[in-house]
Design a protein around this ligand. Structure first.
Ligand code: NAD
Length: 262
């Protein structure tokens, strides 16, 4: 028996990176999971099937596009009809775009606000009635060090992440007496396939070694000079699902190697 046996977790943006690690950690604790995100259908099916065989739970896939409110509500409905409930909701899907503000494409701004912020509103809105009815729930939002501090050229991302920190506090207060907690996790640089793939191009563009790219570009902001791992982020999310975390709500939990302490 895991701490989530008999429960269902929906994780947005879980076809890769941090989201996939959340889904696997929850499945390892006994939850049935709904995974979501983009990718090649064969790759997604491989991950879904691996969760079922490795952890002896059920896993469903929702192709919901996080820019589409009706599809987000449909993803929550899929969890409820397939497994009977949505007890844990992790709003994790996110994208990045880097540009000076005066050149920032309007459609990129709209898309980042939609995926990184509004999708969490739509998911929470759809999942809360069931959580209230059952008297238990865990809502976890993947924010970022950029929910606390800014970097230049990331106006949409920083705005969305500050927004999700505010949404987290508001939802926590609204649900405080319902045994439903709402928190956000704010990682610094996390070693995901996305980050790894940037290294060769950056080495070429800046004429740097791999070590220079990692320490002087990627980890410049991170005092430990080490990446956070997806497993570490997922372990914190799993902790938030347990009884020991029932009094943690409305919190913004940093896991950033000291970045925001500076
Ligand atoms: P990733 O690119 O590996 O994963 C992003 C996921 O979101 C993928 O599954 C992708 O398919 C999905 N996605 C993108 N657009 C979508 C859409 N419209 N609808 C549904 N799914 C969509 O990235 P990651 O590094 O694992 O990032 C996950 C979250 O963690 C994001 O919110 C990101 O902002 C946050 N974060 C990442 C880092 C980092 O260094 N990697 C640091 C802090 C915060």
């Amino acid at each position: 028996m895991g701490i989530l046996t008999g429960k269902t977790a929906v994780v947005t943006g879980s076809t890769s990176g941090i989201g996939l690690a959340y889904a696997r950690a929850f499945a390892g604790a006994g939850a049935n999971v709904v995974i979501n995100g983009f990718g090649a259908p064969a790759d997604i099916e491989k991950e879904r099937a691996a969760i079922e065989t490795e952890f002896k739970v059920k896993a469903a896939y929702s192709p919901a596009d996080m820019t589409k409110p009706a599809e987000i509500a449909g993803m929550i409905a899929l969890g409820e009809t397939t497994f009977g409930s949505v007890d844990v909701l992790v709003n994790n899907a996110g994208i990045q775009f880097v540009s000076p503000i005066e050149e920032f494409p309007i459609e990129k701004w709209d898309m980042i606000i939609a995926i990184n912020l509004s999708s969490a509103f739509h998911g929470i809105r759809a999942a809360v009635p069931g959580m209230k009815k059952r008297g238990w729930g865990r809502i976890i939002n993947t924010a970022s060090a950029h929910s606390l501090v800014a970097s230049p050229f990331k106006s949409a991302y920083v705005s969305a992440k500050h927004g999700i920190a505010g949404l987290t506090k508001t939802v926590a207060l609204e649900l405080a007496t319902h045994k439903i907690t709402c928190n956000c996790i704010s990682p610094g640089y996390v070693w995901t396939p996305l980050v790894e793939k940037q290294i060769p191009d950056t080495m070429k563009a800046r004429n740097m070694t791999k070590e220079q790219v990692i320490n002087d570009v990627l980890l410049d902001a991170q005092p430990t000079k080490q990446f956070v791992t997806v497993e570490q982020v997922a372990a914190l999310a799993l902790y938030l699902c347990g009884d020991d975390a029932s009094q943690i709500t409305g919190a913004n939990l940093s896991m950033d190697g000291g970045w925001t302490a500076e």
